[in-house]
Design a protein around this ligand. Structure first.
Ligand code: 2BA
Length: 107
């Protein structure tokens, strides 16, 4: 069994979740925040049999889109890695981690 952790753009998350659930997958949705942009994104956890991993990834791919987003400049001291002028970054589609699950049980 695998645990897929997918970090999604908040705008894509409802469609991704809808399509995964329509295909019979159980998911857990978390509200998360990206460390770099410091804006909200959505992380979903999906526990699946190994044979279904590629299907889950396909559904996420089909429903996740990349976007250009501006990083706001900061005047905060000590945050030297943030720009003083607005700059553009490409965010997503989605960031995925696939982990081995040692043990799965519902009690
Ligand atoms: P954020 O950390 O807010 O990053 C948003 C976007 O900013 C990233 O998009 C990337 O294009 C850019 N970015 C991030 N760190 C950067 C840096 N040090 N220098 C220049 N540009 C940078 P994505 O790569 O698509 O990531 C989207 C979100 O996925 C991230 O939001 C973060 O929440 C998560 N993520 C991405 N890679 C991760 C990783 N290795 N571990 C954990 N979370 C990750």
């Amino acid at each position: 069994m695998k645990m897929i952790i997918a970090i999604l753009n908040a705008d894509d998350a409802p469609t991704v979740v809808h399509n995964l659930m329509k295909s019979g997958y159980s998911i857990t949705k978390l509200s998360t925040t990206g460390g770099f942009l410091r804006t909200g994104n959505v992380t979903i956890l999906i526990g699946v049999e190994d044979a279904k991993v590629n299907n889950v990834i396909e559904i996420i791919k089909e429903n996740s889109h990349s976007r250009k987003q501006m990083i706001a400049p900061t005047a905060e001291p000590g945050l030297s890695f943030y720009p003083t002028m607005p700059i553009e970054v490409i965010v997503g589609g989605a960031t995925l981690f696939v982990l081995n699950v040692e043990h799965f049980e519902k009690v």
